[in-house]
Every structure is written in C-alpha cells, then in structure tokens.
Design a protein around this ligand. Structure first.
Ligand SMILES: Nc1ncnc2c1ncn2[C@@H]1O[C@H](COP(=O)(O)OP(=O)(O)OP(=O)(O)O)[C@@H](O)[C@H]1O
Length: 405
C-alpha cells in the first residue's frame, strides 16, 4: 500500500501547556534527524498533530524507526485523496483489502473540519460502509471497539483516510527534559535504566569505567555496543570511557577488603559528577535496584551517595529483576548484556563486601588516599566517542569467544 503521509499524535505533550511548542519542536527535530536518510520526506509539526509527508518514500521502511521515538503516542499511515467521493471509495477499499483479516470487525468514522463538503459525516459513513460491503466478503460492523476503524477526515485541502492506529513509544521527546549523565556498565540493569531515562525525555551521555589491563577491549566494546542499541531510541549518544584501574589498585592496596566496593563506588560517583558538571548535565542516572546486591542496600546507597548533592536518579530502583529482564528483552539489550565479558567492578569485587557499610568509616578510610590526584588523573584520561544507532564494536570473533566462556 502506498501511503502518502503518517499522522503522528502526541503523547504527554498535550498536557504540557505553555511548553507544548518547545516539545513539539523537539519531537519534530528528533524525527527529522531519525529520517535524514530519506531526503524526500517532509516533516510538518502542527499544534495538535505532526504530519510526515512521505513524497514516495515507503512507510514500511520507516515504521520500525517511528516505534522507538519517545513523545509519540500513536501514529497512522494515511492516504491523502482529492475531495471526491469516488476517490474516497477506491482508497478506502484498497486500505481495507491491505489490512483486513478474516473475522475482523470494523466501522467507518468520518470527521469534517470543513463543513462545506457536500456530504455530512453520517452520509459519508453510510456510503463508504455500503461500498465496502458490496466489494468485500465477510465484513462485520461493530460500533464499540471494532478491530479496524476506517478514519476519514474531510479537510479544506483534501480528504485523509487511514485504518491503522499504531501504538508509539510514549514518553517525552529526548532532550525535552534536559541533559544528564548515565552510568552504563555492561550489565542488564543500566541499559534498562538508560532506556527509561530517555523515555522521560532526558538527553543522556554514557559514562563507563574500564580498567585495562584487568578488563579487556571486549568489555569496553560490549558497553559501547549497548550504547549503540540504546541510540536507536535517541539518535547519537556520546560514550565517555573513564580509566579506573589506578583507583582500584590504590584502594585494593591501601584499604581493608570490606570497604573496597563502597569506596570504589564513591570514586565512580565523584567522577560521574565531575563529568556531568563539565558537560552541563543536571543529574546522574544509574542502574541500581534496591537490595539487589551488596552495593545496593539502602545503607550502601547512603554511604556512596554521600559524595554528591547532585540528584542521583535510579529508574529501576523499585523493579524486580524479572521485570528488568523483561524490559531488557523488549528493548533489545538483554542478549548482549548477558555476554560474559568481565566488568571492572566484578574483577575487583571483594569476596565479602559489607552490606551495611558505615558512612563515617568510609570517609575515614578514604582519607588515606590521594583522592584529588586520583580523580584528576582519571579525568585526564577520559575519552569521548559518539556512538550511532546500531553501531557495532564487537566483531564476530569476540561473539564466538563469548559463547566459549
Ligand atoms: N563499569 C561501570 N561503568 C559505569 N557504571 C557502572 C559500572 N559498573 C557499575 N556501574 C553503575 O553502578 C550500577 C550498579 O552496578 P552493579 O554492578 O552493582 O549492579 P548491577 O545490578 O549488576 O547493574 P548492571 O546490571 O547495570 O551492571 C550500575 O547499574 C551502573 O549504573
């Protein structure tokens, strides 16, 4: 079916009063960037809807991309026809034939913003309904909750016909809620937390700690590739790699084992905060979930969070592991997350980390280290890489190795 445009309905934008215009502009910009390899497509943002004029481009080719754009509630591929009842009949039949499956119920729903058109809505509904009955078998009408609603909109310039209402990703356009950093490991939880941050409109940059030579290039490549999957929901994402080995070595050498994890985490959070400040972000996101592991008890969180007053937002804090896994599967990060490349934290994890570290003790122990010097050297070593949707960093060989591990 050759559609002429896609009609996009806004999600939560409609409740945002005076910010509405900014949000619509942001969504239009995000969609424009997402479809920039289709030069023929035009984007027309309007107050109540956004129109993607296809100019010959195929709807099927952009459908999967649109599903991942936050800020879209629903969308409908649509055919624009001239204001002529015969043209409406012909297109309505084509649309129904393309989408109707045996046993489905339907109804015709006409709306007019132009009341001068020669037929009113009831007449249109009847005429088109009758025409479809005459030309298709097994059609069944249902007024309440039919499977298909054939929508006909009569406007001044033309008539618009559609019969699919596709669910969008919801949420708010990425960037509309401002900038933040996301602490991205190679695990299951932080990619899900990233997705949820993006869904609320937060423009995130990924901060990833890695520890060569204790962690391999593959572990770094895996985290980058996860960022590539998440970039499907946002467009380009900056990936900031932070060297962490010196800090871990110092902590291991100078501090008692029970506090290794707490103090490593305090360093991570400090560095994330320094990067945030440098890059103009307002908050830090991470993938912690209450009670999941030793570093995620409330006592641990309090002892770690002590190093900053910046909001630390934990989108998966109250989710069960099974719920997080389900979402990881849905967004396409799970299979990569479970590939067993070592993370810097697992390598330096003490066998028995304190589940209830004491804040005062953590502060006191840490004072044995050259905190500022360690932080500065890590900051001097950061590397920023822009990552694009679906960009690959692990080659097939690495994937094979993962199977063998
Ligand atoms: N190497 C890392 N780089 C950046 N952030 C990290 C790193 N390791 C851990 N984090 C951050 O700390 C959070 C908690 O990490 P931890 O390893 O304790 O838990 P997790 O439940 O395994 O999380 P994940 O599944 O995201 O790795 C992560 O979700 C992530 O936000």
């Amino acid at each position: 079916m050759q559609y002429t445009e896609v009609m996009v309905r806004y999600g939560e934008l409609s409740t945002k009063g005076k910010n509405r215009k900014d949000f619509i502009g942001r969504l239009a910009g995000n969609i424009t960037r997402l479809l920039n390899d289709f030069p023929e497509i035009e984007i027309h943002p309007k107050h109540d809807r956004l129109h993607i004029v296809l100019n010959g481009a195929s709807f099927e080719k952009i459908d999967n991309r649109l599903k991942r754009v936050f800020g879209i509630q629903t969308y409908s591929p649509t055919v624009k026809v001239e204001r002529d009842i015969e043209a409406v009949k012909k297109t309505a039949l084509e649309l129904m034939q393309a989408t109707f499956k045996d046993g489905m119920t339907f109804k015709v729903n006409t709306r007019r913003s132009d009341h001068e058109f020669e037929y009113d809505t009831n007449q249109m509904n009847e005429m088109i309904g009758d025409y479809l009955f005459d030309n298709m078998d097994n059609l069944k009408v249902k007024m309440k909750k039919p499977d298909l609603v054939l929508r006909i909109e009569v406007r001044k310039d033309a008539i618009y016909i559609s019969n699919q209402l596709i669910k969008g990703a919801g949420g708010m356009p990425v960037g509309s809620a401002g900038k933040a950093v996301m602490m991205l490991s190679g695990g299951i939880d932080s990619p899900v937390a990233s997705y949820l941050a993006l869904k609320r409109g937060v423009d995130i940059e990924m901060v990833h700690f890695f520890s060569p030579p204790y962690t391999s290039d593959k572990a770094l490549a895996k985290a980058k590739e996860l960022a590539g999957i998440l970039a499907n929901y946002s467009g380009k994402i900056n990936f900031i790699a932070v060297p962490f080995a010196e800090i871990q070595e110092q902590i291991k050498e100078k501090l008692p084992e029970g506090y290794l994890m707490t103090i490593q985490r305090r360093f991570m959070l400090r560095l994330a905060d320094m990067i945030r400040a440098k890059r103009g972000g307002l908050a830090i996101f991470n993938g912690e979930s209450v009670g999941q592991v030793a570093s995620q008890t409330l006592e641990s969180m309090a002892a770690i969070n002590d190093v900053t007053t910046t909001p630390v937002i934990r989108p998966v804090a109250t989710m069960d592991k099974t719920e997080i896994i389900k979402l990881a599967e849905d967004i396409g990060t799970f299979d990569l997350s479970i590939k067993p490349f070592e993370d810097c934290c697992t390598i330096f994890a003490p066998p028995r980390p304190k589940t209830k570290p004491k804040l005062e003790e953590a502060r006191k122990l840490e004072a044995r280290l050259d905190v500022d010097g360690l932080l500065q050297r890590a900051m001097d070593g950061i590397e920023v890489t822009p990552i694009y949707p679906n960009e690959k960093f692990l080659n097939d060989k690495a994937a094979e190795d993962a199977e063998l591990l």
